[in-house]
Write a protein that binds this ligand. Structure first.
Ligand SMILES: NC(=O)c1ccc[n+]([C@@H]2O[C@H](COP(=O)([O-])OP(=O)(O)OC[C@H]3O[C@@H](n4cnc5c(N)ncnc54)[C@H](OP(=O)(O)O)[C@@H]3O)[C@@H](O)[C@H]2O)c1
Length: 270
């Protein structure tokens, strides 16, 4: 299938590892120009080199350009500067992946107000900030795709993930509402809601669970996979394939949706 992504400009936040990097690799293979942001400079530069290699391997001389811009999504000036630089160097942003690290794990009793405020800034405010900076230009040009990475917590609370379970649904509501405003211009806004995928974030959750319970790594993973009908954790590239499809030309009639990728973990009918 031709995804019509060649020559498009993509901004992938949280692009140095995990889902963000997996999406960036696929976009480069489709011939898009890809800008990556994250905080850690050296991992970001390594990721950009990998993404450039993926583009060159798939497209040769027709590969898109790759740009790495260090920015914390909670820092207004840094994100504004990053969007301006991407626009200047790669062109107006056609494809936006809203993504960063997840809010910290914890139960209600573990979390003070500062933790709630930090999680709001990381999860909700950063999504609003990115959409404010990028969506108006897309709507003006009547072209664009926004995809937000949320979590299965938008559909069912996840044990020990109080902050995610409360705040991710706000991002889902942003997606649903902004999609309505963007629709007349043909711009689509969607979310993907991952269950357990083996990324560095989940490796950290495994370590935390091991420390809390004394269980082995295999036992922690087995505890989760027992609840997953497909019997395994997902791969980052499986979620990336879904994201890249939602960013593609053929996905132009899908907007305001939240698509779950969880091996069947959520048991609700809808
Ligand atoms: N993996 C899963 O199974 C799963 C399931 C449900 C939801 N999710 C959610 O999906 C998102 C991505 O998860 P992942 O597994 O890919 O995580 P990951 O492997 O930890 O990658 C997170 C990426 O975001 C960057 N990042 C973190 N905080 C940032 C900040 N404040 N500003 C800018 N960049 C930041 C990281 O780089 P720096 O640290 O260098 O900035 C890294 O590039 C998270 O929100 C996570 O909660 C993941």
């Amino acid at each position: 299938m031709d995804l019509s992504l060649a020559g498009r400009t993509a901004l992938v936040t949280g692009g140095s590892r995990g889902f963000g990097l997996a999406v960036a690799l696929r976009l480069a293979a489709e011939g898009a120009h890809v800008a990556l942001t994250a905080r850690g400079e050296s991992a970001l530069q390594e990721a950009a080199a990998d993404v450039a290699r993926a583009g060159a391997a798939a497209r040769g001389a027709a590969a898109g350009r790759v740009l790495a811009v260090s920015a914390d999504v909670t820092d207004d000036a840094a994100v504004t500067g990053a969007v301006e630089r991407v626009t200047r160097e790669l062109g107006p942003i056609d494809l936006l992946l809203v993504n960063a690290g997840g809010p910290p794990a914890g139960n209600f009793a573990d979390l003070d107000l500062a933790a709630w405020e930090g999680a709001y800034r990381l999860t909700v405010e950063s999504a609003v900030r990115l959409c404010r900076l990028v969506a108006p230009g897309m709507m003006e040009r009547r072209r664009g795709r926004i995809v937000c990475i949320t979590s299965v917590s938008v559909r069912q609370p996840v044990e020990n993930l109080m902050l995610s379970s409360v705040l991710r649904p706000a991002v889902q509501a942003l997606v649903r509402t902004l999609a309505l405003e963007a629709a007349p211009s043909g711009v689509t806004v969607n979310a993907v809601a991952p269950g357990f995928h083996l990324t560095s974030a989940v490796e950290r959750l495994i370590t935390r669970k091991q420390e809390q319970t004394g269980a082995s790594r295999d036992d922690v993973i087995a505890g989760w996979t027992r609840e997953i009908p497909l019997g395994r954790l997902g791969e980052a590239d499986e979620l990336a394939a879904l994201v890249v499809f939602l960013m593609s030309g053929p996905a132009g009639y899908i907007t305001g949706q939240s698509i779950t990728s969880d091996g069947g973990w959520v048991k609700g009918t809808f």
